[in-house]
Design a binder for this molecule. Structure first.
Ligand code: DP6
Length: 325
């Protein structure tokens, strides 16, 4: 009872920010992402009766207690579904460079869901896998699919209609995503905590809820018609809006560093010079820049001239979950 799966991470274009159910990971709003090539997690799961309890190794080391507990709890979903009571050993390799500023929970839980389900002999559809991965980390439900992916928030209280779908395969529209590192210290407030505090305390959260569905529809239309300018505009605005909700939280959450601001201004200046580049920022200080492949090299070089930039890693749309033998 062993299986190995690989999942790529994803970057949200329209952000998932806020839960309506913390236990089932049900979001307040629908979101949209690109699954990326290059940054991934490979996970092997083996259920075996010789073990006394679960074990979790991350990048060749025993995982921390916090990480172990999350994984072990997630395995309980699989055991319940499969009707098995066996402990499992989980071995994960994260190729999400810490330097890249990408969260690894999306690729991590997508790979874990796929590998564990297969190891437990569960025959799950992609939709079922997405629902499962969602219960490890919300954004993981989108990494089951490649390319451009939507996560419909759903309305059911059991989460049965809250899963991801592919909008456009990765090979259908190539764009460039540059991950720009400005700060490597660990952030003080996790996404999970940040979104909860925002929902609970920010007076601006209502404004988010009133407009995010429109942003989502606009981004979907832009992807359908491959209109890069339309997509970039709504992506940048949506990211700033998400950060605005956090600034109103109590206590306020400010993920940006001075370098973050420097890049934002730089990208807006690039646009004035005629280059279509747009930024998006998750719950952290690092910035992701979207541009057309024809501008990739010049945007890359211009970013490297900024004093605050430590490194830039270029990605493109990548595939969904795959199984390795
Ligand atoms: C800002 O998926 O990491 O990156 O569901 O609590 O595990 P949990 O949160 P997580 O949050 C992602 C937040 C975001 C936006 C996004 O990816 O949509």
């Amino acid at each position: 009872m062993q299986a190995t799966a690989k999942a790529n991470t994803n970057i949200a274009l329209i952000k998932y920010w806020g839960k309506r159910d913390d236990t089932l990971f049900l979001p307040m709003n629908s979101s949209l992402s690109i699954t990326l090539d290059g940054f991934y997690t490979i996970t092997t799961v083996e259920f075996c009766k010789e073990l006394a309890k679960d074990a979790f190794f991350l990048n060749n080391r025993p995982a921390s207690e916090r990480e172990f507990n999350k994984v072990s709890q997630f395995l309980n979903h699989i055991r319940n579904l499969a009707g098995i009571h066996l402990p499992a050993v989980v071995t994960s390799e994260n190729k999400v460079p810490t330097a890249a500023g990408f969260a690894s929970s999306a690729s991590g839980f997508a790979a874990l869901a796929a590998a564990a389900a297969k190891a437990a002999n569960l025959e799950l559809s992609k939709k079922e896998l997405s629902i499962l991965a969602r219960q490890g980390s919300g954004s993981a439900c989108r990494s089951i699919y490649g390319g451009y992916v939507e996560w419909q928030k759903g309305i059911e209280s059991d989460g049965s209609d809250s899963f991801a779908n592919q909008l456009l395969p990765e090979e259908d529209w190539n764009i460039s995503i540059l991950s720009v590192l400005v700060a490597s210290e660990e952030k003080k407030v996790s996404s999970r905590e940040g979104m909860k505090r925002t929902v609970d305390t920010s007076p601006f959260y209502d404004g988010w809820l009133h407009t995010v569905q429109k942003d989502f529809e606009t981004a979907k239309e832009a992807i359908k018609s491959k209109d890069f300018e339309k997509l970039g505009k709504v992506v940048e605005a949506n990211s700033l809006k998400m950060h605005a909700t956090m600034l109103g939280a109590e206590p306020p959450i400010l993920y940006w560093q001075s370098g973050t601001m420097e890049i934002m201004h730089h990208i807006q200046k690039l646009r004035l010079s005629g280059i279509l580049a747009y930024f998006t920022i998750d719950a952290g200080a690092n910035v992701k820049v979207l541009c057309l492949p024809s501008d990739e090299q010049s945007v890359y070089e211009s970013l490297l001239t900024l004093p605050a930039v430590q490194s830039v890693i270029t990605c493109h749309p990548g595939s969904g979950v795959t199984y390795l033998s």
